[in-house]
Write a protein that binds this ligand. Sequence first.
Ligand SMILES: [Zn+2]
Length: 486
Amino acid sequence: MDDSNADGPAIEANRGEAGPAPAGGRPNGADLLIVGGDVVTMNPRREVLVGGAVAVRGQVITEVGSAAELAARHRGAAVIDAAGCVVTPGMVNAHQHLTGDPLIRSCIPDLLPPGASIFEWSVPAHGAHTGDDDELSALLSSVENLANGVTTVVEAGTVAHPDRAVAGMEAAGIRGTMGTWGWDIEQGPFAAGADEVLARQAAVLDAHPPGGLVEGWVTLVGHDLASDELLDGAADLARDRGTGLTMHMSPTSSDPERYLARTGRRPLVHLDALGVLGPHLLIGHGVWLDDAEVELVLATGTAVAYCPWAYLRLGQGVTGQGRHAEITERGGRVALGCDASNAGDTCDILRAAALAAGIARDARVDPERFGAHTAFELATVAGAAAIGMGDRIGSIAPGKQADLVVHDTSSISWTPRGETVLQLVWGTDGRSVRDVVVAGRPVVRDGVCVTVDLDDLRDRAVEAQRSLLARAGLEIPRLWPHIDCH
Ligand SMILES: [Zn+2]
């Protein structure tokens, strides 16, 4: 880890001092100013401040206003010059597997029957992960998320060594939540009885309490891979500790079929009967929901993490079955996610936002609803609310955490400038991200993650992949012949 560039070469300090001042040096002053550009605040009025500025002290946004006024008032602050840029809140990725897939990205074949990618590839890869792999994998994914303007990540619930994965997230400097692998099926890596699974979950909550950059959540694998006892206990644990609970459910027709066979009820109807649904619960996917399940999601305030790239990539039927646009428009809690590095692939919430809007409009043959602005709400303020962090992140306002993204608009793809949000969602993606600040700390400068030695990260990832595939007994498939011409 190399912090030497953490303040970045392009931060200009008005008084010749790079980086935030020591605490207490300026009692009423900002440490950091992001000056100029169009500030997409995502405040309740959805104001975009043209020629705006954001003042940060410590981890928190203290003022949002005109560039000229804030620059004059905070002369001692370090400055990120965002003139000509677009400044947005950091984006929220509500379903991301930080381990398992990142080290074997683009290794799982495309043309597999349903379920094979998980049980023949992902699960063996997870089973072969060491603690070192978990930390490296989480670091790799966190760096990619940050570089694409994602500042908060909800780990999706398949981590064997949570303390190591948290170390990877903290080294990168990303905000997020962490749980550990939770299923009580008879076989499979990290399986255990319900009591032991719940004890492991509680240990993660103890080790990573609320208020830290990474906080513990209760995480189950979900699907039909948990007993009623485990589902019940997980919901109680999350409620008792005031944390979130996340699990996978119904990305395909498989979960409804299995729940109907086992319980006589569809999945969310069964979870409701157990008392598991509620505002503490974030369901990953929820693609195959029937009318009654949609009503339960809305009535209980259960949140949904929507990962459109994964469903398209895996051919899971979202265009015909997905109800996410309807849930959003009826006031439900929906966030966007990027899922896994072999399903969703790029950790880029702007790509997910464009797809969410495109699917909503195309599936209903209705271009008059669910446009770029709705999609960008899911990426920011609505996504933050869906994961229970709406009081801390998701918009640029005094008192909120200073999670901020500067999008460079000097490229040809931004030229000439059009309507800001249309161009953000339809016209670009994470490649335009220039600078990222998390909790007041600059972590990406000039498009490069500055908290990490990237050359070292690349070298270690290449070696870890080779070792991991060998231990898991997996080999990268080559559909077309690759001819060695060395
Ligand atoms: Zn997932």
